[in-house]
Design a protein around this ligand. Structure first.
Ligand SMILES: Nc1ncnc2c1ncn2[C@@H]1O[C@H](COP(=O)(O)OP(=O)(O)O)[C@@H](O)[C@H]1O
Ligand SMILES: [Mg+2]
Length: 393
C-alpha cells in the first residue's frame, strides 16, 4: 500500500502544562515501512492565567459545566494559535500541511475502572476543541485519541509506544524509550520484537513533584528546577528517599498509568510533611524528589523489564532529559545500558511526544489502528481519535 508523503503537525501539552510543543513532520508509507521525519519543532508557553486554570482544573478544583466548556473551546483557540505560530516559524504555509494531530490537555484520566454511581467506570478527558483548531488553521485535525482505547477496556495510555516502536525498533538492540515529562514513562522494545512484544507503562513521577516543590518554595515565581540548580545544592537524604521509594504505585504490576490525580497537590502536601519530619531544607527536598524520580525509573527497569528483555540502550526524551542529576543517576545505576538523548535519533528531546501525535494522526487518517494492546491493556486494536475536517476551501 502506498500513500503520498504528507506534512503533519503534532501538538502536545502534557501533565506539566508548561506549554504546547509543536512538531512539523513529513510522513509517508505504511507500517512496517512507514517513514517519518521531524522537520521542525517549537514550543509556545501558556499565558499564566490559562496555565493556572488548567492546573487548578486538573487538580480537580471545582468548575461548572459552563466554565469547562469555555475552557475547552478557549484551549482550542490556544492550540490553533500555537499551530499557526509553528507554521510561521517553520516558514511553511498552513495550506501545505495536510493534517494536525492534537493531543489536547488532559484534565482527568482514570484508566482502571472505579465505581461511579454504582458501576465501574474508566474515563479520560483531553480538552482543546479540535473543530476550533481545524477552522482556524484550515487543516483537518485529529484529536481525542485516548477514548477509543478505553472503550475497548484499555487504560487509554500510554499511546506513544506505537510511535516508539516505529521509530526505535532494532533487529539486534533491545531498547527502552524513556520520556521524562510531568510523569515518567517507558516503552520497552526488545531486540527484533513484533508490536505484541512491546510493553510500556508509567514508572511514576518525573518532573511533577520537582516542579511542584519549586513553585511552592518560590511562592509561584519559578516553575521548574532549571538544570537541577536547586537539587544540586541540596544534601542527599537517604532516609527520606527510602521512604519515598515505599510508594505503593512502584510495586503495581504493569500495565499501569498515573498522573496529577495521584502525584498532584495531595502528594505535595505529603512530601512537605515528610520533609519537615526529616528536617530537610527546601533544596534537600528538591534533591530528594529528583532522586526519587531517577530511582523510581531504575526500580521499574530492574523489577519489570530485566526479567523479560535484554536492554542495550536507553533513549531519553522530555523536559527531564535536560536534568543532569536525573541523567547522572540513571547512568550510574544502569552501567550495562548506553544512555542516549532522543536527538541522537533525529528527534529533539522536547519534540518527541508532539512528533508521536503527528504520527498517530497520520495513522488514524489512513484508518489504521495505533494503540498497542500490550501497552494499554485493551482487548483489541483501535483506530484512535476523532477527525474534525477543515472547512471546504
Ligand atoms: N533545563 C531544564 N532543566 C531541568 N528541568 C527541565 C529543563 N527544561 C525542562 N525541564 C522540565 O521539563 C518539564 C516539561 O517537560 P515536558 O516534556 O514538556 O513535560 P509534559 O509532557 O508533562 O508537558 C518542565 O516542567 C521542567 O520540569
Ligand atoms: Mg510540556
Amino acid at each position: 500500500m502506498h500513500s503520498k508523503s504528507m506534512l503533519v503537525l503534532g501538538l502536545m501539552s502534557g501533565t506539566s502544562a508548561d506549554g504546547i510543543d509543536v512538531a512539523l513532520s513529513q510522513i509517508s508509507g505504511a507500517p512496517p515501512r512507514l517513514k517519518a521525519k521531524l522537520l521542525g519543532r517549537t514550543s509556545v508557553r501558556f499565558q499564566p492565567a490559562i496555565r493556572k486554570e488548567i492546573l487548578r482544573v486538573a487538580e480537580q478544583g471545582p468548575i461548572s459545566a459552563g466554565a469547562l466548556s469555555q475552557l475547552h473551546f478557549r484551549l482550542g483557540e490556544v492550540f490553533a494559535s500555537a499551530a499557526l505560530a509553528g507554521c510561521r516559524g517553520f516558514r511553511v504555509s498552513p495550506k501545505k500541511i495536510s493534517l494536525i494531530g492534537s493531543h489536547g490537555q488532559t484534565i482527568f484520566h482514570q484508566g482502571p475502572p472505579v465505581d461511579f454511581l454504582g458501576q465501574a467506570t474508566a474515563s479520560t478527558l483531553q480538552i482543546g476543541e479540535p473543530s476550533i483548531i481545524a477552522a482556524r488553521t484550515g487543516i483537518t485535525t485529529v484529536g481525542d485519541f485516548r477514548p477509543a482505547d478505553i472503550a475497548l477496556g484499555g487504560q487509554g495510555a500510554p499511546l506513544v509506544p506505537y510511535a516508539d516502536y516505529l521509530l526505535y525498533r532494532d533487529a539486534k538492540l533491545g531498547r527502552i524509550s524513556l520520556n521524562l515529562g510531568g510523569i515518567a514513562n517507558i516503552t520497552v522494545i526488545p531486540a527484533g520484537s513484533n508490536p505484541s512484544q512491546v510493553f510500556a507503562f508509567d514508572t511514576g513521577p518525573a518532573n511533577m513533584l520537582i516542579d511542584a516543590l519549586v513553585s511552592h518554595f518560590s511562592k509561584g515565581r519559578l516553575h521548574f528546577d532549571k538544570n537541577a540548580q536547586f537539587a544540586s545544592q541540596g544534601r542527599s537524604n537517604a532516609a527520606l528517599v527510602n521512604e519515598l521509594m515505599r510508594d505503593p504505585y512502584l510495586k503495581l504490576r504493569p500495565p499501569k498509568s498515573t498522573g496529577r490525580e495521584y502525584y498532584g497537590k495531595g502528594y505535595l502536601q505529603e512530601l512537605l510533611k515528610l520533609g519537615r519530619r526529616h528536617r530537610a531544607k527546601p533544596n534537600d527536598l528538591i534533591r530528594a524528589a529528583t532522586t526519587f524520580t531517577a530511582l523510581s525509573v531504575i526500580d521499574a527497569i530492574n523489577r519489570f523489564v530485566r526479567p523479560k528483555a535484554k536492554i542495550h540502550q536507553l533513549i531519553v526524551s522530555g523536559g527531564g532529559a535536560q536534568n543532569p542529576l536525573i541523567l547522572g543517576q540513571l547512568a550510574a545505576a544502569l552501567p550495562d545500558m548506553e544512555i542516549l538523548p532522543s536527538s541522537r535519533f533525529g528527534i529533539p528531546e522536547d519534540a518527541k511526544e508532539a512528533f508521536a501525535f503527528a504520527l498517530l494522526a497520520y495513522e488514524t487518517f489512513h484508518r489504521r489502528p495505533s494503540n498497542l494492546p500490550s501497552a494499554t491493556g485493551a482487548r483489541s486494536l483501535a483506530i484512535l481519535g476523532k477527525i474534525s475536517y477543515a472547512p471546504p476551501r
